[in-house]
Design a protein around this ligand. Structure first.
Ligand SMILES: *Cc1c(COP(=O)(O)O)cnc(C)c1O
Length: 467
């Protein structure tokens, strides 16, 4: 298996060579040369596998430059049940009728990003060890990505993590989660500014090629291919739990921001997993919902991106979307380049002539929700089923209800546990969300964070002193 760039300007490379990179050399995104096909017989054979075994089977279809036994050890370490709360690592939690949650948030930071990041941490360490090299991760976070990355990379001797977060703008729980890590290789930097200021500094330092090279700068952001590949696994897992026979179809609803999570669903479907619909749910930041409704993709500026109560979806320029468009235009890099040129020139592109394909060929439909919808959905779901859901998952449940079909199970991806967003839970049901027992003392732990101004030069100097 080799990887191409969506923009067509990269010599095909094996998995380990694209692992540590952000964008491809031509500015595009790495993508598998073809999608491996999984037959009905193979699906049946996979029914009895544990999560780590299933992860091994699926990831070995995408990764052929790591010896089998090593890849097995990496998946075992990433998907060790001790790292996940509850009895089943990825439980299916029934709601009402055909609707159920796919519980992806039982990992160390209580959000679905752990599912991919835990594998990324293992495979990073492995490849760096093999190459006798080191890497310094520079990232920006508004909450979930940064903590999932830090928990996956803590204590790894060949990796330093420098994570910028907007000072005073994350929830108390998210702050405690990140800043209480005492590992020497984890550096939390709270920047006096907003998330975009953090992001700008990462871009600015990353575009300084000398610095990038001398610091062996790397990224773990949502365009990382290993994260996408690891996310494909749980679509298979969910389908295997929700069906008895291989001719049954399942629909998935995915609360979406950067289009990373649902892209993995698209890939699973292209691999032959019997998925009926992929339902994309957005909050008020509905650029993607608008695309699937109209065929017009018009990203917004950060000034026009609302701050909502499902903050991890407050994104108006979905970084993984290009990979889907690549497939949609028949994997024609020339067309793709022309579309991205249009985006740069006129701020949008129009694929409305392909509208019928979205659902017929790819299963995609979309919907959006508002703050009031989230509160109502959290309260109603709790009242009807006793299950408490987080605001992002609530965006999913609200939209999923609009796309139910007779006889087709609907799995809504649970992207975070409610404890992470307790303020909104309280607004919805009048009481805070329960905190898992092992995290109840999180707030009492000492915190390690340096506060700095939004000044790239200062942050650069800090990094140079701390590698
Ligand atoms: C990251 C995140 C999302 C959005 O996922 P994408 O892969 O960016 O589409 C949704 N919900 C939560 C809780 C998240 O952390």
């Amino acid at each position: 298996m080799k990887y191409l760039s969506t923009r067509g300007g990269m010599v095909p490379q094996p998995f380990s060579d694209i692992l540590l990179e952000g964008l491809a050399t031509d500015g595009g995104l790495a993508i598998a040369q073809h999608y491996p096909q999984v037959s009905a017989e193979t699906l049946e054979q996979w029914r009895g596998l544990s999560y780590d075994q299933l992860a091994f089977e699926i990831l070995s279809l995408f990764i052929d430059d790591i010896p089998t036994e090593d890849l097995r050890a990496l998946t075992q370490a990433a998907y060790n049940p001790d790292l996940y709360v509850g009895d089943a690592m990825v439980p299916v939690k029934p709601l009402q009728g055909q609707m159920a949650l796919l519980g992806l948030s039982q990992g160390p930071t209580l959000a679905f990003k752990d599912m991919a990041m835990q594998f990324l941490g293992q495979v990073f360490e492995y490849v760096l060890e093999k190459r006798d090299s080191r890497i310094n991760i520079l990232g920006a976070t508004s909450g979930d990505t940064g903590s999932a990355a830090e928990y996956a990379l803590r204590g790894k001797s060949r990796v330093n993590v420098f994570m910028l977060s907007p000072n005073g703008r994350m929830s108390a729980f998210q702050r405690a989660q990140m800043y209480s890590l005492q590992d020497e290789n984890i550096h939390n930097i709270a920047v006096n500014g907003v998330f975009d200021d953090c992001q700008d500094i990462v871009k600015q330092l990353g575009s300084d090629l000398d610095f990038k090279q001398s610091m062996q700068l790397g990224a773990v952001n949502s365009i990382n291919w290993a994260r996408i590949a690891a996310q494909v696994v749980y679509y298979f897992w969910g389908w295997l739990r929700a069906t008895q026979t291989s001719d049954q179809k399942v629909s998935f609803t995915v609360p979406s921001g950067n289009f990373g999570n649902i892209l993995a669903g698209h890939i699973a479907r292209q691999m032959g997993l019997p998925i009926q619909r992929l339902v994309l749910a957005t909050n008020e930041n509905n650029v993607l919902e608008e695309f699937f409704r109209t065929g017009i993709y018009r990203p917004r500026s950060s000034e026009n991106t609302y701050e909502t109560s499902s903050p991890s979806m407050d994104i108006s320029r979905a970084s993984n979307f290009e990979r889907f468009i690549f497939d949609l235009v028949g994997r024609d890099s020339e067309q793709l380049n022309a579309l991205w040129q249009q985006l740069a020139d006129q701020g949008y592109f129009d694929l409305s002539h392909l509208l019928p394909k979205f659902e017929e060929q790819y299963g995609f439909v979309a919907g959006q929700s508002s703050h009031a919808d989230r509160l109502q959905t959290i309260a109603q779901t709790y009242k009807d089923t006793g299950v408490l859901i987080d605001p992002h998952t609530a965006d999913g449940v609200k939209v999923a209800a609009e796309y139910l079909q007779e006889g087709v199970p609907m799995l809504v991806l649970e992207t975070a546990l409610p404890a992470k967003f307790s303020e909104t839970i309280e607004a919805a049901i009048g009481q805070p969300a329960p905190v898992p027992a092992h995290l109840q003392h999180l707030n009492d732990l000492p915190q390690q964070v340096v506060v700095m101004d939004a000044d790239a030069a200062q942050i650069r100097a800090y990094m140079e002193q701390h590698v």
